[in-house]
Write a protein that binds this ligand. Structure first.
Ligand code: GTP
Ligand code: MG
Length: 476
């Protein structure tokens, strides 16, 4: 248990119907009770987990600040596992700050960002993966992301990680007993007894890693840059994918001067669409800056939609844009045996203005990227747009949709820890198969065990914990 009692405004900044000041710690009741005036001048502690009506006062002046409902909640059945008080007032920012100040005057300390959740973690109510899921749940921009976060908060990821750790610990125990107590006559375990146990752990870790690239994209969204020479219909395409007239469209080449960024929900995937200025040689200093930004947008994208105007033959300028993208490494993967698309950043080729007589052959474009998907679209008739959406979604989903039962690792941090565990398990497997001394095997198994413990927080350093919780908002 932490010693000091912390407090913060738990509702978002700005005016609202109600606003909540949350107080947690051993002194929470002692701090809030004297601030509450109830009908009949009661002084006793109200029943736990029930709302009590009253008025909150400023203890220095006795001024009545607000009419409130207060919940006193006894440990351990609370968010932090400590005594918690939640004061529900009217949701005015100044008002809530004055209520908070009264609480601080009585001896509470201002909570740091994420400190309530950090206490829930330190007091064992949530493991680290679950605590991180709280933040993902709050930040979710699509239902799919929210579902994945909820599964993680319910402990589904942690269970699998713990199962793998348990399997590893079993092997470590068998090895170490034989090393530590040779005189006890414990038979040295044989490689063929231990290998199947390591394989169980390897399979568990591989299962978690399998969908993690996909999960990461769900969580972070897919940065999708719309690139091409001027006037091919990039902004029209952005608007069509957003289903709103977000970017200016005109027949004038060079309409878009700056990048325009919007988030679309593509079948549960947060799609960060970036419309860009047409890439073209120019002397106009404003346009030059725009073109530089287009190049930067392409360089930072996960996917590029390369747009051409199908009503005209490919121009030298189109080819110039294509070679720039190739130089950035777009469209070099995935190779057929890649399970993750990440190793080469994909490009999707869009031949736009399909409603007009066509002058670009698919093959002419495909010679640059034989494996890339080519889609023919018209932003006027809507032709080809569903196919374009399919092509983008396919990059992430690989045929799988997110249901309320889906379980995917979504965090880069978890992914890295799992990869490290997988490498150490592999090394242990090889050492064992080569009949190297068992303490070699055991060193790698320990490393794998610790790497997995970083996911649930059991082996996470204080620095790491501080960093994770500081990314939370205040009051959470
Ligand atoms: N016929 C036809 N015209 C289109 C289509 N898509 C866009 N256009 C027209 O092409 C012109 C240019 O469209 P924009 O969306 O502004 O093109 P852009 O690539 O954003 O152009 P810049 O911002 O100048 O680089 C406009 O007159 C659009 O109405 C299409 O599918 N068919
Ligand atoms: Mg434009």
């Amino acid at each position: 248990m932490q010693n000091d009692t912390i407090a913060a405004i738990a509702t978002p900044p700005g005016a609202g119907g109600i606003g909540i000041v949350r107080v947690s710690g051993t002194d929470a009741f002692r701090i809030v009770l004297p601030l509450l005036r109830r009908p009949g001048e009661k002084q006793t502690l109200p029943p736990s987990h029930q709302l009590t009506y009253g008025h909150i006062i400023d203890p220095t002046t006795n001024e009545v600040l607000d009419e409130v409902l207060v919940a006193f909640m006894h440990a351990p059945r609370t968010y932090t596992c400590e005594d918690v008080v939640e004061i529900q007032g009217h949701g005015g920012p100044l008002l809530l700050r004055r209520i908070l100040r009264s609480v601080l005057t009585q001896g509470a300390r201002m909570a740091r960002p994420g400190e309530f959740t950090q206490r829930a973690f330190l007091n064992g109510r949530l493991d680290l993966a679950q605590a991180e899921a709280v933040m993902d749940l709050i930040g979710a921009q699509t239902e799919a992301v929210q579902r994945l976060a909820m599964q993680q908060l319910r402990g589904r990821i942690s269970e699998q990680v713990e199962a793998a750790r348990h399997a590893i610990l079993g092997v470590i125990a068998r090895i170490e007993v034989s090393i530590d107590f040779p005189e006890e006559d414990v038979p040295t375990p044989q490689a063929d007894e231990l290998l199947p146990l390591i394989v169980v752990a390897q399979e568990a870790v591989d299962r978690l890693l399998a969908g993690s690239e996909q999960g990461r994209l769900y969580r972070q969204g897919l940065r999708t840059a719309i690139i091409g020479r001027p006037n091919v219909g990039k902004s029209s395409l952005l608007n069509a994918l957003l289903r709103s007239e977000r970017a200016i469209v005109t027949p004038v080449a060079g309409t878009t001067r700056d990048t325009v960024e919007e988030v679309a929900n593509l079948r549960g995937i947060p799609l960060h669409l970036i419309d860009t200025a047409g890439i073209t040689p120019t002397d106009d200093p404003v346009e030059q800056i725009g073109v530089q930004r287009s190049r930067a947008a392409a360089a930072n994208a996960d996917v590029v939609l390369l747009v051409c105007d199908g009503s005209e033959a490919l121009t030298a300028q189109d080819q110039q844009v294509i070679s720039e993208l190739q130089a950035m490494g777009f469209g070099t993967g995935p190779s057929d045996d890649d399970t993750t698309y990440r190793r080469g950043r994909p490009v999707i080729l869009v031949i736009n203005k399909a409603d007009r007589a066509q002058h670009i052959e698919r093959a002419a474009l495909q010679q640059f990227w034989p494996r890339a998907t080519v889609v023919t679209t018209s932003t006027v008739t809507g032709e080809g747009l569903p196919e374009l959406e399919d092509a983008i979604a396919e990059l992430v989903q690989a045929g799988q949709t997110i249901t309320s039962e889906s379980m995917l690792v979504t965090s880069t941090r978890h992914q890295e820890a799992l990869r490290s565990a997988a490498e150490h398990l592999y090394a242990a497997h090889i050492s064992l198969a080569q009949h190297l001394p068992l303490d070699f095997v055991s060193i790698d198994l320990r490393a794998a065990y610790d790497a997995l413990g970083e996911v649930t927080g059991e082996t996470a350093s204080d620095d790491l914990l501080d960093r994770i919780f500081s990314e939370f908002c205040i009051g959470k």
